[in-house]
Design a protein around this ligand. Structure first.
Ligand SMILES: Cc1ncc(COP(=O)(O)O)c(C=O)c1O
Length: 396
């Protein structure tokens, strides 16, 4: 057999999936690895998919996605003061296989081999792979724990070279739950304008923000409208991860080129899922509010619980459903810690080393990501087990 491609050979698998697999087959394991809502998709959305199938909607749709869904998305954003986008549903919206495909298409549409892309770490591990798939070079700019993992705009500016083509923003963030403050978003917008960079704003957690705050968005800066690729998805917002529907909004040229790429990746998205997403936007916004309230209660439990456990501490996450916990007092690496708690207290979490490279000032090996999109009962049991583990560890 000839050698497979360098790209395929060198791609790293996700550490999130690796830990998930490590726990497969074990019984009584509490799983805090995968970032997906534990709620079942709201009933009207499911009913609409059945209806669509019963009506025989089993064909390809337009490559861009069905117009009625694009119109519903356009309307959602026109009426949404926190992510205002006046998108033309005919030319400026593309429906994709989740945000995942939208991210990859956006990178492929903007990046030439050798171009640099700034990723704000710790970040969703897929970002770094996606940049490489597009031929780009990831340039990681860390955010520090003392700032709630929010990036420092001066560090971003210092990382820009004549090869920098794009920056990727994700707020609220996976894996830290950081909601980048409005002033920082404003400074990032100014940098994007000054250096004429492309920017992806990945807002898949935008409806999951706590303490009566809203996530600031790059979409409020008209001066960078043409540089900006907005990405969102139905996955986290409506508890629809398995349906695989996302979307992207950008200028006509970018959407046209991304649609050409999408023709080769996916052709189009399952029509009953697209129609179900129309119902999601039209009828199920109140469900997203209920889910947000539930995540906030869980955030409060996990935040105070973790900080009460000897040797562990965390910043208060402002959104999403992750907490990035500092375990440095245990004096062991993050993977060793995760494997130890899997073995000893049957609890599976994700080592910090999976979320980007460590630097002198940000050692990701000192952290573990916990996805708390699970019941309060599971969270309380987890905290009990962790407390027992820590007491035993420090009493030795
Ligand atoms: C930051 C971020 N962006 C995008 C995605 C992908 O979401 P989707 O299910 O819409 O593909 C995830 C999933 O975990 C994520 O954490």
């Amino acid at each position: 057999m000839k050698q497979i491609s360098d790209l395929a050979l060198n791609l790293k698998g996700s550490i999130i999936r690796e830990m998930h697999t490590a726990a497969a087959g074990m019984t009584d394991v509490l799983n805090f690895t995968v970032g997906e809502p534990d709620f079942v998709t709201p009933r009207p959305i499911i009913e609409r998919a059945f209806q669509s199938l019963n009506e025989g909607k089993t064909f390809y749709s337009q490559n861009r996605g069905i117009l009625l869904l694009r119109k519903a998305i356009a309307e959602y954003h026109t009426n949404n003061p926190s992510a205002p986008l006046n998108a033309d549903p005919n030319t400026e919206i593309l429906i994709t296989i989740g945000a995942t495909e939208a991210l990859q298409l956006a990178l492929l549409a903007c990046i030439n081999p050798g171009d640099e892309v700034i990723a704000l770490t710790p970040c969703w591990p897929n970002y770094l792979n996606m940049i490489k798939v597009a031929g780009g070079i990831p340039v990681c700019v860390p955010g520090y724990e003392e700032n709630g993992f929010s990036p420092n705009p001066e560090d971003i500016e210092a990382a820009i070279t004549n090869k920098t083509k794009m920056i990727m923003i994700n707020s609220p963030s996976n894996p830290t739950g950081c909601v980048i403050p409005k002033e920082t978003i404003a400074q990032i917008a100014a940098i994007i304008e000054k250096y004429d960079l492309f920017a992806i704003t990945d807002e898949v957690y935008r409806t999951i923000v706590f303490d009566n705050q809203e996530a600031a968005s790059l979409t409020v800066y008209p001066e960078i409208k043409d540089n900006l690729i907005y990405i969102n998805s139905f996955s986290k917002m409506f508890a629809m991860t398995g349906w695989r529907v996302g979307y992207t909004i950008a200028n006509e040229l970018l959407i046209d080129r991304m649609t050409k790429l999408h023709q080769n990746f996916a052709n189009s998205i399952f029509v009953p899922a697209q129609e179900a997403c129309i119902t999601a936007l039209e009828e199920c916004i109140p469900d997203t509010v209920k889910m947000q309230e539930s995540y906030e209660k869980r955030r409060n439990i996990i935040y105070s619980g973790i900080n009460d456990i000897k040797g562990l501490s965390c910043e208060k996450p402002g959104g999403a459903f992750y907490v990035f916990v500092n375990l440095s007092e245990f004096g062991m690496g993050s993977k060793e810690f995760c494997l130890k708690i899997l073995d000893e207290i049957k609890t599976v979490t994700v080592p910090g080393i999976g979320f980007g490279p460590s630097t002198e000032k940000l050692n990701l090996d000192h952290y573990v990501r916990i996805s708390y999109a699970t019941s309060e009962e599971n969270i309380n049991e987890f905290l009990n087990r962790l407390d027992g583990f820590s007491n035993k560890f420090f009493s030795k």
